[in-house]
Design a protein around this ligand. Structure first.
Ligand SMILES: Nc1ncnc2c1ncn2[C@@H]1O[C@H](COP(=O)(O)OP(=O)(O)OP(=O)(O)O)[C@@H](O)[C@H]1O
Length: 278
């Protein structure tokens, strides 16, 4: 398989690169095995794959939460070293993260949730914080909701508040972990469109981990399809993946219940379990 991406976007270096990365939470089981990937700058890349194949783990390695057992992860050409706290602080300042369940402070207002990273990471004066927060809330269509408590907003709105918070420090990279989970179809469409728009308007790089194939296909420049062990099943543009004749890729992008990826967990013959074997 040619190195990812199949169509090199230009002469620039990728913002994120994984080189031959292997990782396991314990010594008995590798979650990612010899994975090499490049995430092109300024693009939206979706990482798709079944439950447990290591998508969130991959994001944790990029965020410097865990160190690879072997191989290396690079952020803007710089080796991520989880033991270098000063480096991590600096890199995380360039990283916006949208967690699966928003992780908002429910007792704080919409405004204060978005202002939080500014108060933590900068010494900006209050009028500047106000302007920045309102600008980001405006970008997600929620300037008018600044004064509401998180408990007063819908799930879809909460996701947009989390998005405004993720972009408030103008990150170079935004990582989205299941941004569409639990949303109704309209909120899902709104969120997907926002991910694409924010990427294009701010020029950042976006990484979207999701189970939602159609939404990801609609907004991504590139798609990486992962299987257990972090094996790359396929990668390329959404059009390339949709046109793939590879049975495993077809099964995944079309959501077919059976194919190379079996519905049944490996089991003895059914006749044996029900005592009717000859
Ligand atoms: N903190 C942890 N300690 C030990 N094992 C873990 C930990 N986090 C995840 N795992 C295991 O690592 C594997 C990969 O998990 P991960 O969450 O990265 O997968 P995923 O592809 O994001 O799954 P999903 O789509 O269900 O969120 C799973 O088998 C999971 O049980």
């Amino acid at each position: 398989m040619p190195p990812f991406p199949s169509q090199t976007p230009g002469p620039e270096e990728p913002l994120i690169e994984l080189r031959d990365v292997s990782f396991g939470y314990d010594a008995s089981r590798l979650i990612l095995s010899n994975l090499s990937l490049k995430f092109p700058r300024g693009k939206v890349t979706a990482i798709l794959g079944g439950s447990g194949c290591g998508k969130t783990t991959l994001m944790r390695l990029i965020g410097g939460v865990h160190a690879a057992n072997s191989g290396s992860a690079l952020f803007d050409g710089e080796l991520i070293n989880v033991r270098d706290k000063a480096q991590l602080f600096r890199l995380r300042r360039r990283l916006g993260m949208l967690f699966q369940f928003g992780a908002l402070f429910t007792d704080l207002s919409v405004f204060e949730n978005v202002a939080f990273p500014l108060r933590e990471h900068t010494r900006l004066a209050e009028p500047m914080i106000r302007d920045l927060v309102l600008m980001k809330l405006n970008a997600v269509g929620l300037r008018g909701a600044a004064g509401l408590k998180i408990s007063e907003v819908s799930g879809g709105m909460a996701r947009r508040v989390a998005l405004a918070r993720a972009i408030v420090l103008d990150p170079d990279l935004i990582m989205y972990d299941e941004p569409f989970a639990g949303l109704d179809l309209i909120s899902m469409g709104v969120t997907a469109k926002l991910i694409r728009t924010l990427n294009d308007v701010t020029g950042c790089t976006s990484l979207v981990v999701s189970h939602d194939v159609p939404e990801c296909m609609a907004i991504s420049d590139y798609v990486v399809l992962l299987a257990t062990g972090g094996r790359i099943v396929a990668h390329g543009t959404p059009a390339e993946l949709m046109a793939s004749t590879d049975p495993e890729t077809r099964q995944f992008v079309r959501g077919e219940p059976d194919g190379p990826v079996k519905f049944h967990y490996p089991a003895p013959d059914i006749a044996v379990d029900f005592g009717s074997a000859a």
